[in-house]
Design a protein around this ligand. Structure first.
Ligand SMILES: [Zn+2]
Length: 717
């Protein structure tokens, strides 16, 4: 009761500060501001803390009872606020180890411990039921070979080894974490003929070289090891046995030996305490540059040998259950236009930072919407919250959901908002470039916990503070706000890359370093000592998402911008042109692509002016044209579908987006206009040319749609 009174008193102040919001007429802004004020005021730091305590209390890896417990707990939260919510169950192949062994057999004997010790300072580190340190989707194997150090294990590292005359065929490689997604390391090692891959965390990257190690500081202690999936996600994410269709209980599954995303060679992560004896026993040439040197107290040699190492791994290869939690607020006017917002709930161990820091903010944002609903509000469009299971293994829960509901999502999904780990630092955003103005306006209207005028200014101030030179600093000060492009590594992947649903990943962070990723030390104690200690960035995240979701759900005209997209795609085209001139013998004729981009820019400008004229006519215009706007908005949000490559990317048809994909050899890292760019990088001229015409055609479709939208909007009176 007191809360409601308070809201009424705040209203006039908030409403006055409102600036134009794309897609809303100006006479609707006061009402919008009143609702946004509820969404920004409701998220509560004490509740975020309590949610983290509850969800990160025990290990809760997917496929096991701990994950189901967390899902059921979240389900009860949604329901306790009066929201309609349910568990949505899938299943997937989710192997856990039954044997793990890394031992040096020559020149001396050493058996790696492969265990993270509990710490007296962190009670959660003693919890029962922790998953052992391992990489999911390594195959079984028992191999012995001479050891070779391959630095980060990316393709250029093997080129450097070749220049030294070092061959990894028949050998065991040891790579350090970093520079690529972890699944790339065994894949590239196998391509070069290695028989096993050990991945370790070098103290230079996230250990004592960076700062004090846990429990004294936030960095990785010597036996802390990074668990994680090595599924070949750049080929397809989700259940390896059901590529392209959802694995509900009873679904058809591929036999395991024809699943393309299980790694070809055994792979296991270790801490630097276990890596040091192995690396110390390497002879052969000294590493070929400073870039190869870690921070262990040795001279780094590449080998091969004399160290000989045995890697023996066996897994149980079980199909296990997944419990997504889904909550909905049905739309009052356009129930079949869906605004989706999700974060995963499963962790490798307790996962206070990854994912609970983000999952808790979804709950707090949802509670804000529940407050609005209690006050009699209904969104124009349907809002759906999701807490996904099995993200850590390979985006399992979100991918199976997206594949199972593919047709409905293609028709109805307006946007997918994603978050994941959240922490201290400014807001960051990556996603569809039709949404750049939209994100900028959201950031402009949000408070900054760091005391800047708003979140947009905080982003600039942070970039300036991180600049190393005065030139960089000047550039950071004047650079307009930009959103990044999406690669992979979180649950947006199936939505944007497979279905063509416009997506935005928004999270706070970047101001604190840590070295506890995917270890038993990612705990409540660690998070509350070293990260967002007072949960103010969690509150800011919930407020940002609440604002973004509300605007998408209620905008009379959806706030997409084709001009934004044209400007960014033009940059990508220019980068590829430069790369092609440097790399290819023949010149790549960019004329088709350039004219498609010109058409998109022109149509985007027409749409912008039609939108400005429309929204200047006020809410009466919206009411008058509601039916027509339903159709126009559908045309607008389905625009991302135009960018889908009809056949998918070369050699990985699951990935269909012509503008964004995770790199085939970088994993998480994005490749923009991936079909062309990767063909140019591989110096495949014929493929680059055919991919160029595909990209030009998809952008041509988008331009034609933008033109149609502009005309339809301009016709409304
Ligand atoms: Zn995560």
């Amino acid at each position: 009761m007191r809360r409601t009174l308070c809201a009424l008193l705040l209203v006039p102040l908030v409403a006055q500060a409102q600036q134009p919001v794309r897609g809303f007429p100006s006479d609707a802004l006061a009402e919008l501001a009143r609702r946004e004020a509820v969404l920004r005021r409701t998220p509560d730091t004490a509740r975020l803390r309590a949610a983290m305590r509850a969800m990160a209390a025990d290990p809760h890896h997917a496929g096991f009872p701990g994950s189901r417990r967390v899902a059921e707990w979240a389900l009860r939260q949604f329901r306790s606020w009066g929201l309609e919510a349910r568990l949505d169950t899938f299943q997937a192949l989710m192997p856990v180890p039954v044997e793990r062994r890394v031992e040096m057999v020559a020149p001396t004997a050493f058996t790696a411990r492969l265990a993270e010790p509990a710490l007296a300072e962190d009670p959660d580190s003693r919890d029962e039921g922790q998953l052992p340190t391992y990489n999911a989707y390594s195959p079984d194997g028992d191999v012995t070979g001479e050891l070779v150090y391959v630095n980060y294990g990316v393709p250029e590292d093997y080129a450097a080894l070749a220049r030294l005359g070092v061959d990894v065929r028949g050998r065991v490689v040891i790579a350090r974490y970093g520079r690529s997604w972890r699944g790339i390391k065994p894949k590239v090692a196998a391509e070069h003929g290695a028989v096993a891959c050990i991945i370790y965390s070098d103290p230079r990257d996230d250990g004592y070289f960076v700062g004090d190690v846990y429990p004294w500081g936030p960095m990785r202690p010597e036996l802390g090891a990074q668990r994680g999936s090595v599924m070949d996600m750049p080929t397809y994410p989700g259940d390896p046995l059901t590529p392209g269709w959802g694995n509900r209980p009873g679904a058809r599954m591929l036999p395991r030996d024809s699943a393309a995303t299980i790694e070809p060679i055994p792979v296991l992560p270790i801490g630097y305490g276990d890596a040091l004896p192995l690396l110390r026993a390497l002879g052969g040439p000294v590493v070929p540059g400073d870039d190869w040197k870690g921070a262990l107290p040795i001279t780094y040699h590449v080998g091969p040998g004399p160290a000989r190492v045995r890697v023996a791994l066996r897994f149980d290869w079980q199909v296990r259950p997944l419990y997504n939690v889904v909550a909905r607020i049905p739309g009052a006017t356009f129930p079949d236009q869906w605004v989706l917002y999700g974060n995963h709930h499963d962790a490798w161990v307790n996962g206070a930072e990854d994912p609970v820091s983000g999952a808790a903010t979804v709950l707090e944002a949802a509670r804000g919407f529940a407050e609005l609903v209690r006050g009699g509000w209904r969104p124009q469009r349907t809002i759906q919250f999701a807490l996904w299971d099995g993200e850590e293994w390979g985006l399992l829960g979100s991918t199976e959901y997206a594949e199972a509901n593919a047709d409905a999502l293609r028709t109805n999904a307006v946007i997918y908002f994603n978050s994941d780990t959240n922490g201290r630092g400014p807001m960051g955003a990556s996603g569809s470039h039709t949404l750049e103005t939209f994100v900028r306006e959201v950031a402009r209207d949000l408070d900054d916990p760091g005391g800047r005028a708003n979140a947009l200014e905080a982003i600039t101030a942070f970039a300036v503070s991180r600049a190393r030179t005065s030139q960089d600093s000047a550039r950071a000060r004047t650079r307009p706000f930009r959103i990044g492009a999406l690669g992979s590594g979180s649950d947006y992947t199936a939505f944007i890359d497979h279905l063509g649903v416009a997506s935005l990943d928004i999270r706070h962070g970047g101001a604190s370093d840590d070295g506890i990723y995917h270890s038993i030390y990612d705990s409540y104690t660690h998070y509350t000592r070293f990260n967002d200690t007072s949960f103010v960035y969690g509150r800011a995240q919930a407020a940002a998402m609440g604002t973004a979701v509300l605007r998408m759900a209620d905008a009379p005209v959806l706030p997409f911008s084709f001009s934004d997209a044209a400007a960014t795609y033009r940059r990508y085209a220019a980068e590829i042109d430069t790369l092609a001139r440097r790399t290819l013998a023949d010149t790549l004729d960019m004329a088709h692509l350039t004219s498609a981009l010109d058409a998109l820019a022109a149509a985007g400008a027409r749409f912008d002016s039609a939108l400005a004229r429309a929204t200047s006519q006020g809410s009466a215009w919206v009411t008058r044209n509601q039916r027509a706007l339903g159709t126009i908005n559908r045309l607008i949000y389905q625009s991302e579908r135009d960018l889908m490559h009809p056949l998918g990317l070369p050699r990985r048809p699951w990935y269909r987006h012509a503008i964004y994909a995770p790199g085939f050899y970088t994993g998480y890292g994005v490749k923009t206009m991936p079909g062309i760019r990767e063909a140019v990088e591989q110096q495949n001229f014929a493929e680059a040319r055919s991919q160029l015409s595909v990209v030009a055609a998809t952008i041509g479709l988008l331009a034609a749609r933008a033109d149609r939208v502009a005309s339809s909007l301009a016709e409304l009176r």
